[in-house]
Design a protein around this ligand. Structure first.
Ligand code: DC
Length: 224
């Protein structure tokens, strides 16, 4: 019998700190990391580059089926680069525009289907930390450990604002809060794989909690 490869799923709304926490926990455990949001962002980006109408489900699905997405570790502890159809799109994928495009195309069931096998292929020894919206509910329902991270919309907008400012991007807090609320509503209300905690997930409310504390809390759930 194949040994079971352990999986920790970390789901939650945008700005809940999933990305940062998932990376820190994966590093600590020496496990692989799946940033599933980056896949949806990459499809949205590739569709935009191809001049597709993002509401054209058939065209965007073909794009999702054919797009080549690679993650490249720079090897110096720096940020993982995302290569889309041979182009390093890491910087473009971070923008709010890319997030909104991702959220729009992620509501198309056949686009989600097109990304399933790629996501499953990240399950490799010694383990996987999978970050997204439907990791514990749809992609890895059998995962041994499941966490759902939340924080108030105001706190998430504040975190995102700081993150973008640190990267030299100029956006207002009010516009971020508005975008976060709109994206939450769209991600939570879509018919397929909506944003919601798995029945067996542990919800961690992170408003006002420093990153280190959240990481420690998640690691303690694994040890429990
Ligand atoms: O985590 P993120 O902000 O990079 O995700 C961008 C969008 O992609 C998000 O608004 C919804 C979509 N998404 C999804 O539908 N399912 C996932 N597992 C991850 C992201």
């Amino acid at each position: 019998m194949q040994p079971v490869i352990p999986i920790l799923t970390i789901d939650g709304p945008s700005g809940s700190g999933k990305g940062t926490i998932a990376r820190a926990v994966a590093d600590r455990l020496g496990w692989h990391l799946l940033d599933s949001g980056a896949l949806y962002r990459a499809v949205g980006y590739a569709a935009g580059m191809a001049g597709l109408d993002l509401s054209d489900a058939e065209a965007v699905t073909r794009c999702a089926q054919s797009v080549k997405i690679r993650f490249r570790d720079p090897g110096d502890g720096g940020e993982t680069r995302v290569i889309v159809n041979g182009h390093d799109a890491t910087d473009e994928l971070r923008t709010e525009t890319a997030g909104a495009a991702a959220s729009a195309i992620a509501a198309i069931p056949s686009v989600r289907q097109a990304l399933v096998d790629l996501q499953l292929s990240f399950r490799k020894p010694p383990g996987l930390v999978a970050d997204g919206r439907d990791m514990g509910t749809v992609i890895f329902p059998e995962a041994r450990y499941k966490v759902f991270l939340t924080a108030s919309a105001a706190e998430r907008a504040k975190r995102r604002h700081k993150q973008l400012k640190d990267k030299g991007l100029d956006v207002t807090l009010a516009s971020l809060l508005h975008e976060i609320e709109a994206r939450d509503a769209r991600d939570a209300s879509r018919a397929v794989a909506p944003l919601k905690p798995a029945a067996d997930a542990v919800t961690v409310e992170t408003t006002g909690m420093p990153i280190e504390e959240v990481v420690a809390k998640v690691l303690s759930l694994l040890r429990a």
